[in-house]
Design a protein around this ligand. Sequence first.
Ligand code: TRP
Length: 363
Amino acid sequence: MEKVILTGDRPTGRLHIGHYVGSLRRRVELQNSGEFDKIFVMIADAQALTDNFDNPEKVRQNIIEVALDYLSVGLDPEKTNIFIQSAVPELTELSFYYMNLVSVQRLQRNPTVKTELEMRKFEGGTPTGFFCYPISQAADITLFKATTVPVGEDQKPMLELTNEIVRRFNHIYGGDVLVEPKILLPDNQACMRLPGTDGKAKMSKSLGNCIYLSDTAKELKKKVNSMFTDPQHLQIEDPGHLEGNTVFTYLDAFCEDKDFAEFLPEYKNLDEMKAHYTRGGLGDGTCKKFLYNVLNSRFEPIRERRHYWEQRIPEVYEILRKGTEAARERGIQTLNEVKQAMQINYFDDKDLIAEQAKRFATN
Ligand code: TRP
């Protein structure tokens, strides 16, 4: 069977290092593994509008930010189709048919949507479009017959729903038109949900605790220096705690043994460094300096590539246009199969027309 990746992001802001460790880094590895027949990465503007319908300018401006972030981390338009969700109308059409297969009660149980509703507090009630976005996400995945969906764990409920829809669809309409996708979660615990620089559970723009992929080296240094560590670790000699210590969480997510050889040769690996910190005698300043060096070595090439593409914006839009064309081509094909299975392909159904002509004909 064909191996196909579909994943994406809402264009509501620049991407931060939480996105990087949670999914972007993995996507680039998957892209370069050569194991996949087709890769689609979607800028989910229509989904972004479900809770930003009153701020289209925000979505519009962030499409290019996300596209630049994609290209700068190393997504290669020769291997990956980057496309814009709203420019693939087949997605909307498929969503409408899926709505029949999902109950309101089922949608109300979605834990990710529940959390978002609590945080978002829509005045005047929940927009229906927002409430239904998990259905539209199932369409995003299945229109491309994706087999693999690399995402963060907050997307698990969407994948569960997608699989339910696929099973129901294939059961009701027969055949095996739709493909059940597999979720691919980050493999490292620290990457599952990278906390903000203040140690709070989630990195979020409104909390001002994000490190962005597009931050300069200077901004990065400032943010690392202000990071939350262990409030009880006052003197260098004091024993330090690793639990909830953001600097060490980030090191868990980013550092490799080779970084010690390069930036902190006193230790062979992170375990040795942690042991010293817990024992006492290792200062936060040294840890932060090391973390800065590690992060900066990862982000330097990303910044350079971003700069390259920033000077070529019309070309970036051309990449999106081509990616969208390729996405539509595949989408139209699946939608035709879906409509045939649902028996709503009237104009293409020669047998139907012939049979009815016969039935109604007077002789
Ligand atoms: N919900 C995802 C997010 O918030 C974006 C998204 C939309 C997506 N459709 C998708 C992710 C399909 C994976 C597959 O970032």
